[in-house]
Design a protein around this ligand. Structure first.
Ligand SMILES: Cc1ncc(COP(=O)(O)O)c(C=O)c1O
Length: 401
């Protein structure tokens, strides 16, 4: 029998698949896909309804910027659609080389390597660099792709309490038997919106002869005077061994980079499986990303507007009485704790024209369900006031205030 019959599939998997969905449903944790029509912007058509968008990572509004569209269209006309092969076979195109050159110059490092996504970059970089004889110190709230990279690497995995430098130091003190040691952290934490103390992390790394890898997914384009990320903000760029970041958030495009020394990039080209065994990014995406980096470098007003908006919304929410946790960035959680109330809050906001996602376990720890609001530079004062008013009304209805 080449193909299993439907009946066989039902017998073997039917109960398992159904039971696992029912179990999620019972806990209020079942996820559904919803649908966006048209372009990403401050206003979107979501499930057929026009709503204010307060849950995308398109912080600078570049995902629908005509300059990026123009760069992508030009690249399509010059180089076509698909890359046709992995980069090491015959898929290494001009647009990839140009983008890697642009990012290396922007970040002030020797070399850069593009991956197809942030997830692919983290699993490929971590699993290729570290192994059984090594130890990885990872912030407890690091992104899932870092966690999966560490698991794949088979290195000893130590999670330190979120941003707790005393606990990290205590772990570092007891790790001399390992060959390579590395501290890995998000710079901006994607669900909490707070920032890792990179200045303290690099000084601990120096004291204990440790490498440092930083994931700047939510910081590149957002933090630092020139938008290079939190490492720029803290003035510690030269002390970080492995810089990783995505083009899928503030840059409004897709894909991710890992950059640092030439030796590092050469190593990754030869060992990172999620780089080697996959087709290269489409040239149109690479060209749009390079244009985004140029805009990030030159348009300081856009970044300033983003921070003005973030401060206004966060201050407003705190004044109303919401717990916005330790947010310091355009990612602003409203801690609700209860799963059902969090989903209800998000639903009610949608009904009044505001799109905000409900974040539940396993994305966040149990009993910390929250709304996650993200601010864009393009949001107007009216948009922000509208969200504040609606959050206050619904928060009262749900007895949260
Ligand atoms: C901190 C962090 N790292 C990595 C990723 C993965 O990036 P990508 O969406 O490009 O796969 C994300 C985003 O979801 C993230 O928030």
């Amino acid at each position: 029998m080449l193909f299993p019959s439907d009946e066989w599939i039902n017998v073997m998997t039917g109960t398992f698949l159904k039971d696992s969905i029912v179990a999620l449903e019972d806990k209020g944790l079942r996820r559904h896909m919803r649908r966006l029509s048209g372009q990403q912007g401050r206003e979107v058509i979501f499930d057929g309804r026009k709503v204010l968008n307060f849950c995308s990572n398109n912080y600078l509004g570049l995902a629908n910027d005509p300059r990026l569209q123009e760069a992508a269209i030009k690249a399509v006309q010059q180089s076509g659609i698909g890359t046709g092969a992995s980069r090491l076979v015959c898929g290494n195109m001009d647009a990839h080389q140009q983008l890697e050159g642009t990012i290396a110059r922007f970040k002030g490092v020797e070399a850069c390597l593009m991956f197809s996504a942030g997830y692919m970059a983290n699993i490929g970089v971590i699993a290729s660099l570290f192994g059984r004889e090594d130890i990885v110190f990872s912030d407890k709230l690091n992104h899932a792709s870092i966690v999966d990279g560490i698991r794949l690497s088979r290195a000893e995995y130590r999670r330190y309490p979120h941003c707790n430098m005393e606990a990290l130091e205590a772990m570092l003190k007891n790790s001399s038997e390992y060959k390579k040691r590395v501290i890995i952290t998000d710079s901006v934490f994607s669900m909490d919106g707070d920032v890792a103390p990179l200045d303290q992390i690099v000084s601990l790394a120096k004291r204990y002869s440790c490498w440092v890898m930083v994931d700047e997914a939510h910081a590149v384009g957002v933090m630092g005077a020139n938008g290079r990320g939190a490492a720029e903000y803290f003035g510690v760029e030269d002390e970080i061994d492995i810089h990783m970041g995505t083009l899928s958030k503030a840059a409004g495009s897709f894909g991710a980079y890992c950059c640092g020394s030439k030796k590092l990039v050469d190593f990754l080209i030869n060992h990172a499986r999620s780089f080697i065994y996959t087709t290269g990014l489409p040239p149109s995406i690479a060209a749009a990303s390079a244009r985004a980096i140029e805009i990030i470098e030159s348009d300081l007003i856009l970044r300033k507007q983003l921070w003005t908006n973030a401060r206004y919304l966060r201050d407003g929410l705190r004044r109303i009485g919401f717990d916005t946790m330790c947010s310091e960035t355009p990612i602003i959680p409203i801690l609700i704790k209860d799963v059902v109330k969090t989903v209800e809050f998000s639903k009610k906001l949608f009904e009044v024209g505001v799109l905000v996602s409900a974040i539940r376990p396993p994305t966040v720890p149990v009993n910390t369900s929250r709304l996650r609001l993200t601010v864009m530079a393009a949001h107007t004062r009216n948009d922000l006031d509208c969200v504040l008013n609606q959050c206050q009304n619904i928060g009262r209805d749900l007895c949260l205030l």
